[in-house]
Design a protein around this ligand. Structure first.
Ligand SMILES: [Zn+2]
Length: 318
């Protein structure tokens, strides 16, 4: 499939008929440049028409969150470990109870029964590795990350490291490969999934978390949809376009769920973009309005119509 984004044919299903083109602006970093996107009339994938040559401009130093601070108290580590044990499918009443009471549903993306503390895990596009560090602190023994945009390799310990590399440069085989909101930033979607397939052991899963166009907020806000994030997000898949991509690269889409619980900012920012409001988002709306947006995002999640999804793709044994 072509990666030529100078044409207006869909990079996922190749359709070029009746695609809806529109222009939208960079808003998150207040740069304001305008970009052309289109929505495929066949598979529903929204994509940038031309990948900017100067894409680095849109990742200023303050874009990345290099949050690596840990709450390292013994009790906190104990609690997180119990939640992890619960997620791993081990009987754990305490972990299950804490998880069900916890507002933010920590590690809600972790599917029961497919990981163990000994699993070899790779986080692709992990920044400075905040997620793998937290996983390591809660008992995972073999966690690595890769990110082409960090300054240099980071070695936290023998078992925890982040390499400055592209996905295509990786070798080795992993039990689990995960991409937390990084696939949508990659120019060649087919190459990315083929590269993941190459380094994943057969009979194992990869986790892809992405924003989607299969969402009430995409239909409501369109070019002002916060989760579009032009021009950094080259692709805003529909569930259908993602499934086409997964199937054509040797995967089966086995499980998915919407995972934007409690993240009211997704609606708040879309509202602000639509109303052309500037300044801090906390100044734009009252606490009552923000609570209403939070209820709304949770309602959409329950209806499988929220902004972001968590997709588990399986590499068959043969
Ligand atoms: Zn398409």
């Amino acid at each position: 499939m072509s990666n030529d984004k100078t044409s207006s044919s869909c990079a996922i299903c190749n359709n070029s008929r009746y695609n809806r083109h529109f222009f939208t602006k960079e808003r998150l970093m207040d740069i304001g440049d305008e970009f052309e996107y289109f929505e495929c009339a066949r598979c529903g994938c929204v994509q940038i028409a031309h990948i900017p040559e100067n894409i680095d401009k849109y990742y200023p130093d303050n874009y990345y969150s290099y949050e690596t601070r840990q709450k390292s108290g013994r009790f906190h580590a104990f609690v997180v470990r119990q939640i992890m044990r619960y997620h791993l499918g081990k009987f754990n009443l305490f972990g299950g109870l804490i998880y069900s009471l916890h507002k933010d549903k920590p590690y809600g993306w972790m599917k029961k029964g497919i990981l163990d503390f000994d699993s070899s895990i790779l986080d692709v596009g992990c920044g400075s590795g905040a997620t793998i560090l937290k996983m390591s602190c809660s008992g995972f023994k073999n966690v690595h990350g890769v990110d082409p945009f960090i300054e240099a390799d980071i070695h936290y310990s023998k078992e925890v490291s982040v390499e400055k590399k592209n996905l295509s440069e990786l070798e080795g085989q992993y039990d689990f490969v995960m991409l937390h909101h990084s696939l949508e930033h990659m120019p060649d979607q087919y190459q990315a999934l083929k590269d993941i397939n190459k380094i994943l052991k057969p009979g194992h899963f990869a986790l892809i978390r992405i924003p989607v166009s299969s969402s009430r907020n995409w239909r409501k806000y369109g070019p002002n949809y916060f989760s579009l994030d032009p021009p950094r997000h080259f692709y805003l898949h529909s569930v259908q376009s993602f499934e086409i991509l997964a199937q054509k690269t040797g995967f089966e889409l086995r499980y998915m769920h919407y995972d934007a619980d409690n993240y009211a900012r997704l609606i708040i920012e879309s509202e602000r973009y639509q109303r052309n409001l500037s300044g801090k988002y906390s100044d734009s709306f009252s606490k009552k309005q923000i609570r209403r947006f939070e209820k709304e995002i949770n309602r959409l999640n329950r209806l499988n119509d929220g902004d972001t999804v968590c997709l588990y793709i399986y590499k068959p044994l043969s």
